[in-house]
Write a protein that binds this ligand. Structure first.
Ligand code: ATP
Length: 327
């Protein structure tokens, strides 16, 4: 289990992580989702016991990251963003070497066992430099499993893999989630939705939402908001839409105009459809908003940014957004 409370990390005057709190449960994959620079790696390094927090509390497998960092390191398997591997060693040789550093007995058997868990036993005697990137990533994952950790912390493990390798690694992470507490960071929203039981969304060092992927989706769907896409500039359409009694607000978003009704029980779509026809606009799309995590993320981070930078336009206000489009 991972329990984080009011955790802060400052690099000099830069607050990379600003008082975050969340938990990750055993037998689950918890997704840590956010754009580049959100604070994911910083948080993960604090939870592995390698980077001292500035303040706050974090317990990993029952040990305190401040005062018991050695015990934390024994309980955690960490796969950093760039896995440091000795390319001239064989896969098994490398895992036996990691086992030796960890003081593990029966290193050959253990090495083979973890290679089997990551479905790489058939390449045990291959030199690491001859393995594909996806296979090397699995060797890294195997090395994080050598000491039977309760908790696995995986920093963007699918980056740089080809689509088939990505699918294989996601399957593997889901499988590992059944036996371990897994914290899995990603900036790919569909990945979090597919792999994780729970998602913690972080942006600019702050948690903007957390919950099961379906809970997060329901949270935003409850408002009855809809997305309208037209093939004319949003600004042209806004006045007519805003004048409708069934519309409380109509604001431009990345994909179209986001329309919020005055209350969740009002469906604004019939009135919008009539207006589109009356005005002679070409309709591209009209649908309930937030059908996937990507839209939830964009909405949450847009809202957060709007609060901190009220003078910026919605389009210009979310540098994070352009980076969170891969899926
Ligand atoms: P990415 O996906 O790009 O790795 P991230 O979510 O993991 O992003 P972090 O690497 O934790 O984000 O960085 C969070 C913030 O802290 C960024 O603004 C980054 O520039 C800053 N930062 C990270 N490491 C340091 C450091 N050693 N010294 C100063 N600032 C740092």
């Amino acid at each position: 289990m991972i329990e984080v409370q009011d955790l802060v990390k400052k690099y000099g005057s830069v607050a990379a992580v600003k008082s975050i709190s969340f938990t990750a449960q055993p037998g689950q994959v918890t997704g840590f989702l956010g754009p580049n620079g959100a604070g994911k790696t910083t948080t993960m390094r604090m939870l592995t016991g390698f980077l001292p927090p500035t303040s706050g509390k974090a317990q990993v497998a029952g040990f305190d990251v401040f005062n018991q960092s050695m015990q934390v390191r024994e309980k955690v398997g960490y796969l950093p963003e760039n896995v440091p591997l000795y390319r001239d060693m064989t896969a098994l040789g490398y895992l036996m070497y990691v086992g030796e550093i960890r003081g593990i007995k029966g290193r050959r058997d253990k090495g083979m066992e973890v290679l089997e868990r990551v479905q790489l036993a058939h390449r045990a005697d291959s030199r690491i430099r001859t393995l594909s990137k996806g296979m090397r990533q699995r060797v890294g994952l195997a090395s994080a499993l050598v000491h039977d950790p309760d908790v696995l912390i995986l920093d963007e493990p699918t980056i740089g893999l080809d689509p088939i390798q990505v699918l294989e690694l996601r399957d593997l992470v889901r499988e590992l989630g059944k036996r371990h507490t897994v914290l899995f960071s990603t900036h790919i929203l569909s990945e979090a939705e597919q792999v994780c039981d729970k998602v913690v969304i972080i942006n600019q060092g702050e948690i903007v939402a957390q919950g099961a992927p379906t809970e997060l989706r329901n949270m935003l769907e409850r408002g009855g908001r809809v997305l309208l896409r037209l093939n004319i500039p949003a600004e042209t359409a806004l006045p007519a839409l805003q004048a409708l009694p069934q519309v409380a607000s109509a604001v431009p978003g990345l994909d179209g105009i986001i329309i919020t009704p005055p209350n969740p029980n009002t469906d604004p779509r019939p009135a919008i459809a009539r207006t589109v026809v009356e005005q002679g606009w070409d309709l591209v799309e009209l649908r309930p908003l937030a059908v996937n995590l990507e839209e939830i993320f964009l909405e949450l981070t847009r809202h957060q940014h709007a609060e901190t930078a009220p003078d910026e336009t919605p389009e210009a206000s979310s540098p994070a957004e352009s980076e969170v489009v891969e899926s």
